[in-house]
Ligand binder design. Structure first.
Ligand SMILES: *Cc1c(COP(=O)(O)O)cnc(C)c1O
Length: 555
């Protein structure tokens, strides 16, 4: 907002200089990938910068430059910096500076995609970015439909929403419905002709009965999305030793459910980076006697599509009925930059909405496109813009080379782990994730935790959450999480991560793996500016911290 006589560009330029300087100062305050001292110290510093003990919203403010400078410095100092090579826990990428700058342009203009008159250029930019990504996936870009989302969570929800709509319609055609074909004709009609010819959503009872098959290594958002949509029959499918969906298990599970269904496959599991055998899964789905919607969660692995070396690992992706991608992971975008794509219009009538103030039919027909029917959201910023700028700036070759570099770093890490007797690899490297754990020299000698150390409940104290309700849940462990007691080795691995977090020296991930859900450590290497030497140093730090902790606790 501007005052009379002020030039907003000059104001922005001045405030940008304040921001960039404060980002740098905060980074120097931190001197590592993470603020040291753990949650208590960080909270103190944040509250002080927010004006404690005064109110956060004071009667009179401090002025723009002062508040922006102080709080940005605090944020920078108090952040986990994904640009630091020792920050390697999550699918949390260092964003490209050009994408950050492009994102700022969007913030300055504040367009919104729910009506053409709020985003005249943004509307076309989103369509073109989606067409380019559809081409990478292997869809026909002239027929594919999609939307830019807040991430894999929203994209998975969209896949379940559209898939549940289409499969649910096949399970229980609404009375009087003309949509007899599961591969319906609605998708062939232009948007405006569908008005008045809508197929009602399936009755809730039919949707609740639809099974959703998802591997035990699938993302937690699949289960949550299904539950939100009333899809209560979630059928976990087993995985093989490499964390990939077991095709034989899916075949048997599908054989027990001859009706319409949804299958969610994963291209790049969050913990191991494993890619399900997509082509074989697509073949099974096609051979099923009733319609099955195949959604592929490629939020992690979709970035491999940029790489000529790795793209073939996603063979079969183009046969999916819907796909989730996440360019704020292996795409180096500031979040959010989620993508949801389908090969055609099929299923999208579920989101049809004609709203008098946003998209009257006559304006839509005249070419004033509203993207309201593409999203669960109304106000929606064109996050496609930073992606468009990135694509034009770097091209596929440079993006592919960045993916390859991260893959090379992970392969280097796996070699280092294999060569160190104190470290044990838990999964092969597929993308850029390395799952491993520390093994003390004498595991039997390792003592119980220090007082105050975090310990999950003993078995029986709290029954593990099995999801409840559906018969398939009985006796099946939750998709992720550790329901049992931590043994000594688990405590030691957990303590390595906590020690590094508290010191602020490194951020390594933690999860469970193996048949007994043992605590493991994880490197997610998304920083293409990191080197093999950085990765070696990080693993040496982990092993040395393990040695120290084991020694401290062994008399
Ligand atoms: C990260 C991730 C998600 C969730 O994506 P968000 O962008 O965090 O919402 C879903 N699935 C997989 C496999 C992921 O790795």
């Amino acid at each position: 907002m501007t005052r009379p006589g002020h030039r907003p560009a000059d104001d922005l330029r001045a405030l940008l200089a304040v921001t960039v300087d404060a980002l740098d100062a905060g980074r120097r305050d931190r001197s590592g990938p993470l603020p040291s001292g753990g949650p208590v110290d960080v909270r103190k510093a944040v509250l002080a910068a927010l004006g404690e003990p005064g109110p956060l919203l004071p009667p009179t403010g401090d002025g723009e430059a002062a508040a922006l400078g102080a709080l940005t410095r605090m944020l920078s100092a108090g952040s986990a910096d994904p640009a630091d090579p020792l920050c390697a826990a999550h699918l949390h990428c260092p964003p490209l500076t050009v994408a950050v700058a492009a994102d700022l342009a969007v913030s300055a203009l504040n367009p919104s995609l729910d009506s053409w008159d709020q985003a005249p250029a943004g509307t076309t930019i989103e369509a073109e970015v989606l067409a380019a990504l559809a081409g990478l996936v292997g869809y026909d870009p002239s027929r594919a439909v999609g939307t830019v989302t807040t991430g894999g969570t929203e994209s998975n929800l969209m896949g379940l929403l559209l898939g549940g709509h289409v499969a649910g319609r096949a399970a229980a055609p609404a009375p009087g419905s003309t949509a007899v074909s599961p591969r319906g004709w609605l998708g062939q009609l232009p948007h405006h002709r569908r008005h008045g010819a809508r197929t009602p959503a399936p009755r809730p009872a039919a949707a609740a009965a639809l099974p959703v098959f998802c591997s035990a290594a699938g993302h937690h958002s699949v289960r949550r999305g299904a539950e939100l949509l009333g899809l209560r029959r979630i059928v976990p499918v087993g995985v093989d030793v490499d964390h990939r969906m077991d095709v034989q298990a899916l075949r048997s599970a599908l054989a027990r459910h001859p009706g319409p269904a949804l299958v969610v496959a994963t291209a790049g599991t969050t913990d191991a980076g494993a890619i399900d055998p997509l082509a074989e899964i697509a073949e099974l789905v096609r051979a099923h006697p009733a319609p099955v919607w195949l959604h592929v969660d490629a939020a992690h692995g979709g970035g491999a599509l940029f790489s000529r070396r790795l793209a073939e690992r996603l063979a079969g992706l183009a046969q999916a009925d819907s796909v989730a991608l996440d360019l704020h992971k292996l795409g180096w975008q500031p979040a959010p930059a989620g993508i949801f794509l389908t090969p055609s219009e099929r299923g999208w009538d579920r989101l049809d909405a004609e709203v008098a103030y946003l998209n009257p039919a006559d304006e839509t027909i005249a070419g004033y496109t509203s993207l309201l029917g593409r999203s669960l959201r109304t106000t929606r910023r064109p996050d496609a813009f930073k992606i468009a700028v990135t694509f034009r700036a770097l091209g596929r070759e440079r993006l592919g080379a960045m993916v390859d570099t991260c893959h090379d770093l992970a392969r280097h890490a796996a070699r280092v782990v294999a060569a160190d007797p104190r470290l044990e690899l838990a999964a092969p490297v597929t993308l850029s994730t390395v799952l491993f754990r520390y093994l003390p020299p004498e595991p039997g000698e390792y003592l119980p935790p220090e007082p105050g150390e975090y310990l999950p409940p003993e078995p029986g104290e709290h029954p593990p959450d099995t999801g409840g309700g559906a018969p398939e849940h009985a006796g099946v462990p939750p998709l992720s999480g550790h329901a049992g007691r931590l043994d000594r080795l688990d405590r030691l691995n957990a303590a390595i991560r906590s020690r590094l977090l508290e010191e602020g020296t490194a951020v390594v991930g933690r999860t469970t793996a193996g048949p007994h859900g043992a605590v493991h450590l994880k490197l997610t290497l998304l920083n293409p500016n990191a080197t093999d030497a950085d990765v070696s140093a990080l693993l040496a730090l982990v092993a040395e911290t393990g040695d120290q902790l084991a020694a401290e606790r062994t008399p």
